[in-house]
Design a protein around this ligand. Sequence first.
Ligand code: SF4
Ligand code: SF4
Ligand code: FES
Length: 284
Amino acid sequence: MIALEPSLKNRPEFINVRVRRQDGPGQEPYWQLFKIKYEPELNVISVLQRIAALSRTSDGNKVAPVAWDCGCLEEVCGSCTMLINGRVRQSCSALVDRLLEVNPDELLLEPMSKFPVVRDLIVDRKRLFRGLQRVKAWVPVDSYYNMGPGERQLRATQEQNYPLSQCMSCGCCLDACPQYNKIELKKKEGESAEEFAKREQAEFDQAFVGPHAISQAMLFNNHPTGKALASERLDALTGPGGIQACGNAQNCVAVCPKEIPLTTSIARAGRAATVHTLKTWFEK
Ligand code: SF4
Ligand code: SF4
Ligand code: FES
């Protein structure tokens, strides 16, 4: 007879999954409880697939399938990020057996709290990507012909840059940051889609850019070609919603699934911003 591992002995027959649902943008959220059969080695995405196939609450009511987002299924794209038992993380890498060890009664699934809900567990993360645009988080190229090999990078620079390059724009750091507050605007009567998008972007651009963008600015300012835009990135970081909005609570670094040294990036950005401000001041 095969002896079960102690952690597998007390597995339940069913798993209770409580989901915070919302039928559309700006609508009232509500909770629904689902019950699925326990299977070993499930992740939260497979739980959501079983819930979608069932589309019935625990008391037997037929409901619309729960909506969620996912892409890579291996913690690379960031699109499956949600709150699981109150903690922001990727649902593809959240293992149900581990979650049940901490809370055997139920799994609690909620959309991220800092982005507008599109439907159920899907949120609109465009402000996150606007943050990357604000700091020009890219290497500039002015054409697509072969420009030959790039400049060589020192090993120490590569080692400093590599961890930062692993950011997958998941938004965990933003969800945990007390300085990053949710922005959700409503379309005004008679306002065109273009006017609304313009107003929304203006609002984003006054608010805190976020630790992910600060870290990416440091990555590209430390890149041989990327540093061509260093001054523009520092203009953005010293402008409205820039680095001065960070309260140094360090929640961001604690939740980053890629263990990106965000507070080190923020400290580097702070020093670079001071030098940049003084330089700009003397150049006037
Ligand atoms: S250190 Fe700054 S960016 Fe990170 S959580 Fe705190 S306030 Fe937000
Ligand atoms: S810095 Fe980390 S937590 Fe923030 S978006 Fe990038 S990978 Fe996600
Ligand atoms: S599906 Fe890509 S990170 Fe989870």
